[in-house]
Design a protein around this ligand. Structure first.
Ligand code: ARG
Length: 467
């Protein structure tokens, strides 16, 4: 049965009983999902084997039929994996493609597999299994990214760089501390992934079309066989629910947003103007016209994938928002969004992990930039509060005048003479110069979670014990 063949005019062998003729070609085109849901073949077969095994255990089908079914399904699995399986658009989706092939392979026993189930709970099962596995992969990928950052943070716990607010130099921080900010972000993403796995860890199979079934099935048995904690509790919700897909996309969107912010920083840091990092050849490209260029394409594409992933979330939210309970065919549009977002996210995390591991950190450039832009002004103000007893608001004002004077002289705060500083406030002594270096500034910020190297090393150790 080739796709789109003239056979499309005969009625469907799976549900065609009440149909005199088959679907119009356009109907077939809009209706078929096999083009993308064939990705669910392994989950579909696994689900069917669990279902058939349970049916036989409950005496709903015979043991011989169950054996034939399981054997046939395993044959189909190897046919698909070897590329020998011929998918047919006429058979709409993965569920009916597998079942039709099963009928060819084992004859009438195949017709017993669909007892006490519907494609509605079948697709909910297959897709949930797929998303759960994808989340498990995401968890691993995030762990590798966090590990890459922990290594860089450890290496650069003492490397001073400018910290920014509004992308204006704010206060000196360490590169290790900046790396650890991303560890926190990706750590939160990973804990969202773990929670989502827990939320979705319920088996849909056995909800049937929407109302459950009169056959004496054992949903606890299938749930266990398929690695779920327990069965879902409401058959109507079960076939209507795509929260697991929406949760995946929400988590993916937030993680992608983090990746995109990092990508943006990498783009900025790798410009000749900043020069904070050099990307490896392996994660950059050249220009076909400008020989001097080394472009951060991977970072730019990670930034762009975020748009795609966010788009998938909005698309599925929009598909779901008007649907009455229970199943509607609209829900078939869930898969491509999730597949596309999953592929983009996997690639973006992997590319980022490579970039972070490989990039050269230019500590000299970071330090030089950290010292410019009057980044230790807050340290001067704090010193005035601590040593000269000024209220912070007054200290802020005095420091502002010192910055204005340095600006006027074209030098840094630490280059002003003691006489210059005393002309602004006579309480200032030579000891003030101890706090005006970037190293002293950073070392002084020992508050919990602060940028002092000793504090950053504590946070690295905390994460190492949890990664
Ligand atoms: N291909 C369908 C989907 O992805 C499978 C479920 C079809 N159910 C139905 N009642 N037509 O949602």
């Amino acid at each position: 049965m080739a796709d789109g063949s003239s056979e499309t005019k005969s009625s469907n062998q799976m549900w065609g009983g009440r149909f005199a003729s088959g679907p119009d070609a356009i109907m077939e085109e809009i209706n078929a999902s096999i083009g993308f849901d064939k990705k669910l073949y392994a989950q579909d077969i696994r689900g069917s084997i669990a279902h058939a095994t349970m049916l036989a255990h409950q005496g709903i089908i015979s043991a011989e039929d169950k054996d034939k079914i399981v054997h046939g399904l395993n044959t189909i699995l190897s046919e698909i994996e070897s590329g020998a399986f011929e998918f047919s658009r006429r058979l709409e989706d993965i569920h009916m493609n597998v079942e039709a092939r099963l009928a060819t392979l084992i004859g009438p026993a195949a017709g017993r597999l669909h007892t006490a189930r519907s494609r509605n709970d079948q697709v909910a099962l297959d897709f949930r299994l797929w998303v759960k596995e994808e989340l498990q992969k995401t968890e691993k990928a995030l762990t590798a990214l966090i590990a890459a950052f922990l290594d860089r943070a450890e290496e650069h716990a003492d490397t001073v760089m400018p910290g920014f607010t509004h992308l204006q130099t704010a206060q000196p921080v360490t590169f290790g501390h900046h790396c650890m900010a991303y560890v926190e972000m990706f750590g939160r993403d990973r804990s969202r992934v773990r929670h989502a796995i827990e939320h979705m860890d319920e088996s849909p199979i056995g909800a049937a079309a929407l109302a459950g079934t009169g056959f004496p099935i054992d949903r606890h048995m299938t749930a266990k066989a398929l690695g779920f904690r327990e069965p879902t509790r409401n058959s109507i919700d079960t076939v209507s629910d795509r929260d697991f897909a929406l949760e995946f996309l929400s988590i993916a969107s937030i993680a992608a947003t983090h990746l995109s912010r990092l990508a943006e920083e990498i783009v900025i840091w790798s410009t000749p103007q900043f020069g904070f990092i050099r990307l490896s050849d392996a994660f950059s490209t050249g220009s076909s016209i400008m020989p001097q260029k080394k472009n951060p394409d991977a970072a730019e594409l990670v930034r762009a994938k975020t748009g795609r992933i966010n788009g998938s979330l909005i698309a599925l939210l929009t598909v779901m928002k008007g649907l009455p309970l229970a199943y509607s065919k609209d829900m078939q549009e869930d898969k491509e969004q999730v597949f596309d977002a999953a592929e983009s996210l996997e690639l973006a995390i992997a590319a980022m992990t490579g970039m972070v591991r490989d990039m050269t950190v230019r500590a000299d450039r970071m330090k030089a930039a950290a010292g410019s832009g009057y980044s230790t002004a807050t340290d001067l103000a704090d010193w005035l509060v601590r040593e000269a007893g000024l209220p912070f608001r007054d200290a802020h004002h005095v420091t502002g005048r010192a910055v204005a004077l340095a600006e006027q002289k074209g030098c840094d705060l630490a280059d002003l003479s003691l006489a210059d500083l005393q002309s602004i406030n006579p309480a200032i002594t030579g000891k003030v110069f101890d706090v005006l270096t970037v190293e002293a500034s950073v070392a002084s910020r020992t508050s919990f979670g602060g940028t002092a190297p000793a504090e950053v090393r504590k946070q690295i150790a905390w994460w190492r014990a949890r990664n």
